[in-house]
Design a protein around this ligand. Structure first.
Ligand code: NAD
Length: 251
């Protein structure tokens, strides 16, 4: 029998007209991709000032691509976990309108979710920082694999950067406008695996709350929005989300 907390969340989902999900790095930890700020987070090994900012990338792209080569196999070989699959199932059941994700790993789509808004970009392509020409990720991987840690634009020779948003860069306009719209229109926002400290995404729960939406957080740690949430379930996304799906089925 599901716990009262799980049943409570399932009841909220059942009663809501428009459920939007906001995910962060935490949902992919059980797929083997470390998050940034959790205990085994990436920032414990690589300083954000060194590898996470657009300024650091532009000042030394070669060093950045060498680091990326270490991380790439983990990202590209990762498979969705039970948490991703549960969210895809909720969408199929007509219970979830869309997922807004800060993740760049593409695991929601791999799990079968259709409406995914990627506010921090993704690793499926790369672009020239000079002329913006798009390059396939296969081109970049093959260059880096050959030991060319300075993949260059085939048109203008500029440096090529993967299409993920680094600190100091603008967010893709269309995606962030869509995220704002979804947060303002939903009547239930379900936040999964995010520390809610990276702006402007961290403002989305506030937007939803201001419009009267209910909020549920599934995260291993407390967040700045925990005190406003109808429920905060402290647990692993891959364990909690399937239980919510099962509870919905029996309601
Ligand atoms: P974050 O690292 O700041 O926070 C992750 C949160 O998830 C933490 O509070 C942690 O306690 C929680 N968590 C860890 N494992 C969990 C689990 N199994 N179930 C539930 N919760 C769990 O991540 P963020 O808020 O997404 O912000 C960081 C930035 O990191 C984002 O911009 C994102 O683009 C980027 N990022 C993405 C990936 C990815 O694509 N998988 C990985 C690392 C970082």
């Amino acid at each position: 029998m599901p716990s009262e907390e799980i049943l409570g969340v399932a009841r909220l989902i059942k009663g809501a007209k428009k459920v939007v999900v906001l995910t962060g790095a935490g949902i992919s930890v059980e797929s083997g991709i470390p998050d940034f700020r959790g205990p085994d987070g990436l920032w414990k090994r690589y300083s954000p000032d060194k590898v996470g900012t657009i300024t650091s990338f532009l000042s030394n792209p070669e060093e950045w691509w060498k680091m990326a080569q270490e991380i790439a196999p983990v990202l590209f070989n990762a498979q969705p976990n039970l948490g991703h699959f549960a969210l895809a199932e909720l969408e199929k059941m007509g219970k979830v309108e869309a997922i807004i994700t800060q993740n760049i790993d593409g695991l929601h789509q791999k799990a079968g979710s259709k409406k995914v808004v990627e506010v921090h970009g993704n690793v499926r392509s790369a672009s020239c920082v000079e002329c913006r020409k798009k390059h396939s990720i296969e081109y970049v991987i093959s260059e880096v694999g050959k030991g060319n840690y300075m993949p260059q634009c085939t048109d203008c020779g500029g440096v090529v950067k993967v299409d993920v948003v680094m600190f100091g860069e603008m967010l893709p306009e269309e995606a962030i406008s869509e995220a704002y719209r979804l947060a303002q229109e939903c009547d239930l926002l379900l936040v999964v695996g995010s520390s809610l400290v990276v702006y402007p995404v961290a403002a989305l729960p506030g937007m939803a709350l201001n419009r009267g939406a209910k909020t549920v957080i599934i995260n291993m740690e407390k967040t700045g929005y925990t005190k406003y949430a109808n429920y905060h379930i402290y647990g692993k996304a891959g364990e909690v989300l399937p239980q919510i799906v099962e509870a919905l089925k029996i309601l």
